[in-house]
Design a protein around this ligand. Structure first.
Ligand code: GCU
Length: 346
């Protein structure tokens, strides 16, 4: 199944490369360099809207030279496939959840830790602090890519088909889809559930077929990906705030001329700002639609029980991966400055 999907993504890409993405290109278009950008969200998602703003800005400023083409909905393969294609330079840019990046460089483990951020404000300040993100974003030169900005993916909570998660004990024995990251598999096992790692695009069918009992994600996955048609209970345990990371092929990015690089950097800023602005209303709308149209029930369990159960994971990761401690300490400073606000959860 996975092999077939990989093959499909690679075939799609080959077709796109060979055809230059359309047969009626003008001479001017043929002389342009195509910048391929892939992501796994729908065309209505804030990420796609952000990337269209990026495309517009680049083409307004460098349109005589570059043609930016944005491929949504896993058209170029799953996120893991797209990261690999970005490593080799087959595509220039892709959006990858921080969760899967830890298998490419373990410095990314930091943002996958459960309950790392005390509040959304703390999370945003950390991700906007170049002292924290710069060394992480530039750590993957040897892996062939570099992060250029981050995107908001809200907070992740459990949602299930039949059994509402009112307390951590309710997860016992349930098969829950997690992202393909060792941290997430360990987190699930500490919570008593059974982790089923798989790509995002496979979740709907797995839920429908009963291969899994639930999943964990932000509210957008209920509506935009239709998971709320199947899962009627969403429990705000908010175990993680995992950013999406926009990565670019290292060689391509660093070979850009200085003035062009500056324009691309501005484009990445526009992408970040547009996506985050869109995100706020998109999540509000998703929550309303899930409740009213899909009949999803939102549950607010006592988080402290979840926090306690997963605490050994943070200790284990910090002890094993010692380079993470300075990042962790800096994040705690932001957590003190922007502590949890109870009313924000209701
Ligand atoms: C979120 C996130 C994606 C990720 C997905 C997942 O939607 O924005 O980048 O792929 O979760 O759970 O796989």
């Amino acid at each position: 199944m996975k092999f077939k999907k990989n093959l499909l993504g690679i075939c799609m890409l080959l077709v796109l490369i060979l055809t230059g993405c359309g047969s009626n290109n003008s001479q001017a278009d043929i002389n342009k360099t195509i910048i391929r950008v892939g992501h796994n969200q729908s065309q209505k998602h804030p990420t796609h809207i952000g990337l269209l703003a990026f495309e517009k800005y680049i083409e307004e400023n460098l349109g005589d030279k570059y043609d930016v083409q944005v491929f949504p909905s896993e058209l170029l393969g799953s996120q893991t496939d797209m990261v690999q294609l970005t490593q080799t330079g087959a595509i220039n840019i892709c959006v990858a959840s921080n969760a899967i990046l830890e298998t490419f460089d373990d410095v990314y483990e930091i943002f996958n830790l459960p309950y790392l951020f005390a509040s959304a404000e703390s999370y945003h300040h950390v991700m906007d602090d170049p002292e924290i993100t710069n060394p992480i974003f530039t750590s993957t030169k040897d892996a062939g890519f570099q992060a250029v900005t981050w995107l908001d993916a809200g907070s992740r909570s459990f949602y299930t088909k039949n059994r509402p998660i009112k307390s951590a004990a309710d997860l016992k024995g349930l098969k829950i889809r997690v992202q393909q990251s060792p941290t997430n598999v360990k987190m699930m096992s500490l919570l008593g559930g059974s982790a089923s790692p798989m790509g995002f695009g496979e979740v709907y069918t797995a839920l429908q077929a009963g291969i899994i009992d639930g999943a964990e994600n932000n509210e957008m996955s209920l509506t935009d990906n239709g998971h709320g048609d199947i899962c009627k209970y969403y429990s705000y345990d908010m175990h993680q705030m995992v950013p999406d990371i926009v990565i670019a092929n290292y060689e391509w990015l660093n070979d850009l001329q200085e003035d062009e690089r500056a324009i691309f950097e501005e484009g990445f800023k526009i992408l970040n700002q547009t996506q985050r602005k869109e995100w706020v209303t998109a999540v509000e709308n998703a929550k309303e639609k899930a409740a009213k149209e899909q009949g999803v029930k939102f549950i607010y369990p006592d988080q402290s029980e979840f926090v306690e159960k997963v605490a050994p994971l943070t200790q284990e990761v910090l002890q094993r991966n010692t380079k993470l401690q300075p990042y962790y300490d800096k994040i705690q400073e932001y957590n003190k400055e922007f502590p949890a606000q109870k009313e924000a959860k209701q």
